[in-house]
Design a protein around this ligand. Sequence first.
Ligand SMILES: [Zn+2]
Length: 317
Amino acid sequence: MTGNPGAFQNDTEIWDAASSIALSHVSGEPSVSITNAMTVDVEDYFHVSALAPSIHRDSWASRESRVVGSTQTLLAIFERFEVRATFFVLGWVAERYPQLVKDIAARGHEIACHGHSHRLVYEQSHEEFHKETLRAKKLLEDVTGSAVLGYRAASYSIVRKSLWALDVLVELGFAYDSSIFPVRHDRYGIPDAERAPHRLPTPGGKVIVEWPLSTARVLGFKIPVSGGGYFRLLPYWLTRRGLNSINRDEARPFIFYLHPWEIDPDQPRVSANWLSRFRHYTNLDKTEARLQLLLREFRFGTTRDGLAQLGLLSANN
Ligand SMILES: [Zn+2]
């Protein structure tokens, strides 16, 4: 599972590297002066929304958990590249593996909140969302002894009809959110949402800092280049070109995300419809090598530091 850094394991990785070098002449070298945000949504393969119809949540506790091992692999990779990242940890995971959360924090990474149950925000009532988000935030703060400032919803489920959730986040003391995806998708997205990090007025008249998942204009199209399935499914050169255009043409940082299960090709297979299988299982064996290419080419830090540099979070947050 852990690749030898610098070694290519198959033809696709060589192609990724070759196309990346070839395209550097077209799109320019990535800017190293801008620090982008590296984020990880810490959950197991069986928490994923795309597989939810095939995996009842009552079965979670009895399934083989792989989140600790894959997260430790990511920690080792980040250490090798001297990158500090933000880990949005699911409360369900923190409750069972508090030592993992301590390990992440001890290595200097930011701990943020990915909710407790991985239920979509727009499928919860205000009261349910308030209760489970508070539970997850308190749990993470008790384990680490530090305030948790950031939130990311399960499957980016803060959409137009669930913007009310932002008021709950402010009420619970979160300083920023990173749940809004300015794309069209069957489960999430606000296609015309602001793309850059910004202060977002909430429906209740408050303000929260929002760092939307990154999209870029490539070849005339707005493409989600910020990670996850897009990182696994799109050719590396396209991701690179999109991210490079955010840094160079728009002169601002991007936010990148991935999940521990995305670097775990040996995870148990779950039967699901073809679209979910395609989204979940394609290129699991290539992601770790692609991530190392990305870490070599771009500069990364935590979301919190990135927002502070942009003047959106005060230094004493
Ligand atoms: Zn998630």
